[in-house]
Structure formats: structure tokens, C-alpha cells
Design a protein around this ligand. Sequence first.
Ligand code: PEP
Ligand code: MN
Length: 295
Amino acid sequence: MRDSWHDRFADSPDVLKSARRAQTIVPVLDLEIGGEDFITMAGPCSVETEFQLMATAQHVRRAGARILRGGAFKPRSSPYAFQGHGLAGLKMLAHARQETGLAIITEVMSEDDVPMVAEYADILQIGTRNMENYSLLEAAARSGRPVLLKRGMVATIADFLRSAQVILDNGNPHVILCERGIRTFETATRNTFDVGAIALLKHISHLPVIADPSHAAGHRELVPALARVAVVAEADGLLVEVHPNPEKAWSDGEQTLDFATFGDMMASLDPYIALRGARLPACQPAVIDLMEAVG
Ligand code: PEP
Ligand code: MN
């Protein structure tokens, strides 16, 4: 990697690739995020009912997802919108894991809730609105659970990497970066999917990178194409919103896929995933020489 990248991101040194660390692999149950397999995390924006969650879990598992997403604590644009079921939602997620074997990712919004969420979740999600909440990041880091850090909607890549550095600094090496779209002058899409950020993060950082085409697009008909673009940009996996009846979803229905469309999207990814070819194994001297030669 060129020195100029090291200079530019000098205040988040541990996030960058080095001779010691070419790729971090985050273990989650029997999965490896950042390894050879492309990992899809899918499920509803919010945990609503046992039926909604279980039906979605079973469907996304059959379609090839390995991790179930679902919010029990919801950061909402309106203070009067559904804020999530809290502990009851976490229990529904744990039940879905027991029934399907899928690992669970769910958002934690408050430092005080970290121990409780960490008891039920396999991965803690830090939302875009909390990316720079360093006390939450520190608490999440100390839980010992892997942390998926979403890019702030107005965060530069340098800001994003500084937040990842805070988690690493607090003793947790299992950080997953998530590009979920940023705010730009464009308003036709909910956010602007920053595919350049995915390519750059994969180039400079050893941390796994997950793409969230749902929040980036804001419109379900755009999600499958953005998901395919994410694969080609070398993302390690996806985070996608799926619901049995998106029109009736309690949150983010407009960007949520139904079961059939999610199944079709997953099938459409296969040729692109095959093109990724063999991933580079972590920390092998030959790989590091190759990286240094390529620059
Ligand atoms: C979510 O994943 O449902 C969510 C609220 O995401 P973000 O923090 O990216 O808006
Ligand atoms: Mn959502």
C-alpha cells in the first residue's frame, strides 16, 4: 500500500493493513466473516412478531443467508415512530437462532443496553447515527462481541476509520465495517451508495467490509443491482432487509424485499461471487510480499 494512504489515515493506524495483518477474519458461531465465504445477513428492519421473524428467518436461511438481522432497539427519524420491542425483541431473535441455527445481528443504541444486547446477539450493530458515539463504541468493544460499525451518513472515510480504531483500541479486534450509503445532494435515492468507499476500504484496511444496499437505495427495486455491485467491489458480504409483506412492515418497508425477490437476488449473485475467485489467506508472507509489490 502506498505511504500516502498511511499518511492520510495516520490517526487510525491499527485499522490499516500492515506486514503483520493483511486480513482480519471475524468468527461468528461456525462462520468466518472476511474469509473465503461471502456472507449475507438478512431479515426485517424491526423485529415485529414471532411469526414475522420466524417466517423470515426460515426463508432467508433457505435462500442462502447465514445471519439473521432484526432491530429490537430502533433509531427512527420520527420520535413517534415504532421504537422497537427491546428485550422482548431480543428474546424473539434468540428463539429464531435456536430454531434455525442462524447467527443474530442486532443494533445496540445505548451504552446501558450493551450487556443485555450482548447476551442475546452474536454481533452488535452500531447504527449510522451512533458511529461517533465513542462511549457506546467503547462499551460495545468491551462486551467482547464482534461489532458491525455502520458508516455515519455524513462521515468521511477518515471519520469512519477513527471510530473503528476506537473499538480496536478498546481491546476488541473483531470489527466489521459497513457501508450503508451517505448523504449527498441527491435525493432520489435515500442515500448515495458509496461503492468507491468499499473498494478503498478493501484496499487499505484488513477489516471485513459489509455492504447494506437497502439503506443505501431506499427503494426496493434498486437493492438487487446494488447488491451485485457490492460483490464486484469486493465486499465480504451484505446486510439486506427482508420481510414477509414489505408493504405492511413497521419500518423501512419501501426498501425491504419480499421473499421471492430476495431469493431471486441471492441466485443472481452467484456468478459474481464465483468471479471473486480464491480469497487471499490472512497473514501469509507470500501474500504480504505480493501486496507490497502491488502497492
Ligand atoms: C438498520 O439497519 O435498520 C438501520 C437503522 O440502519 P442505519 O443505522 O444504517 O440507518
Ligand atoms: Mn432499517
